[in-house]
Write a protein that binds this ligand. Sequence first.
Ligand SMILES: Cc1cc2nc3c(=O)[nH]c(=O)nc-3n(C[C@H](O)[C@H](O)[C@H](O)COP(=O)(O)OP(=O)(O)OC[C@H]3O[C@@H](n4cnc5c(N)ncnc54)[C@H](O)[C@@H]3O)c2cc1C
Length: 440
Amino acid sequence: MHTEVETVIIGSGICGLSIAHFMSKQKKDFVLLESKSQIGGIIQTNISDQFICEYGPNTVLLNNDAIKELIKDLGMWEMLIYPEDYSNQNRYVLVNNELEKIPLRFFDFLRSAILSKKAKFRIFLEFFVKKHSKNTTVYDFVCKRFGKEFHDKLIEPFITGVYAGDTKNMSAKHSLKILWNLEQKHGSVLKGLIKSKRSKKEKVHSFNFPMGLGQLITTMSKSLETKIRTEKKVIDIVKKTDGFLIKTENETFFCKKVVSTVPSFVLKDIVFDDSFSKEMAKVTYNPIDVFHFGFHKKNIKKMKKGFGVLTKPSDKKSFLGVLFNSQIFTHVSSSDTELFTILVGGERQKELCQLESEKLEGIVLKELEELISHEGEVLLKEHYRWKKGIPQYDMNQENLIQQINSFEKENPGFFVLGNYFNGVSVSDAVMKGKNLVDKL
Ligand SMILES: Cc1cc2nc3c(=O)[nH]c(=O)nc-3n(C[C@H](O)[C@H](O)[C@H](O)COP(=O)(O)OP(=O)(O)OC[C@H]3O[C@@H](n4cnc5c(N)ncnc54)[C@H](O)[C@@H]3O)c2cc1C
């Protein structure tokens, strides 16, 4: 016996949930299958004592109409919590083991100790560098346009913060989309930046919710309750002449349309096309370990206001970055405590993600305490390990997107979405979901 339904969505991360939301709005017939007992995928909030901890994303960008529509539809617009202004303006890198603010304004930039005089001068030569005629790595793109020092001290930490990747393997066109497009359109990134500043764009906010991002998932689960089927791990997809059979461990569904939102390393094992499966297997994911620590404010001697700090390889730290959570969103801890998130791993620190949890925790806690000069009781210690955390947008991206497009053409009714191409962020996932439903 098969359960018949028009569309099956596989995976209940924010991408699958967004598709479900917009389909539900259009009164479409669908079911959403999730292998685990809980929904939300990478978005996971844990409230422990007085601390609100995110194991996945901490902030989401309000940068497209789809994410705005979703939040308004759910009646959550008034609940949005925006980061404190000072946190957005104060982001740090390390210079001689001390926090140094990344300059955001032109004159601050000239005064900043992050780059040498020579490196600052080199940046202005960018106006005269010829634009790329074909895609290249992030490393080559930035070094050619702005110089190696700019890459090493600013871009490398930034890329680490978003993708936890290696700039020498990553595609400039897909990982530095904005800079790449400015270069392609204006012949120079700086020229492009000046022109786009003049056209005064609306300020883009990021947000969280009073009970963390998990609140978004809980609200979506309530509105989609009857359509979500948890503990339904898809183990095989079979193509039929008039649709698809979606096999789970204990139930089979027949549908005209199927949308995969699972990671590529899952899709490769359940899809019926061997050569497409091989393409999916080529996507690499980097591990990320997420630690949360809570301290009494009074025990911290060197606290700086701000968003957090990103490291570069020469800093020789065991973490990629630290988020000052309770400085970004004051509601995530009580007024006399501070909450920090430490991110470890990525391409640079893969081997650290093999260490036992307790051992790694000891290492990063010590480094954090030295950085902020903390002594005394540790109120909170939390650890979550993402073995395959962040997909890498490497030089195969262009080919991957082509393969996905051809696969969809050869298999009408099969749609492939996910965070491993065309945008890794939560708001990208919502937008991709909305675009798909509009297309359907
Ligand atoms: C540590 C970390 C921090 C991040 N920080 C940010 C941030 O601050 N801001 C931001 O915008 N983005 C951030 N991201 C990225 C963003 O969170 C993710 O890209 C996004 O949440 C992915 O959503 P998704 O729906 O595409 O995939 P997922 O969330 O991975 O969902 C896929 C779902 O499919 C299910 N599934 C798997 N196999 C099967 C199967 N066989 N059958 C049925 N279901 C299956 C999984 O259980 C899961 O629920 C972060 C990511 C990580 C890992």
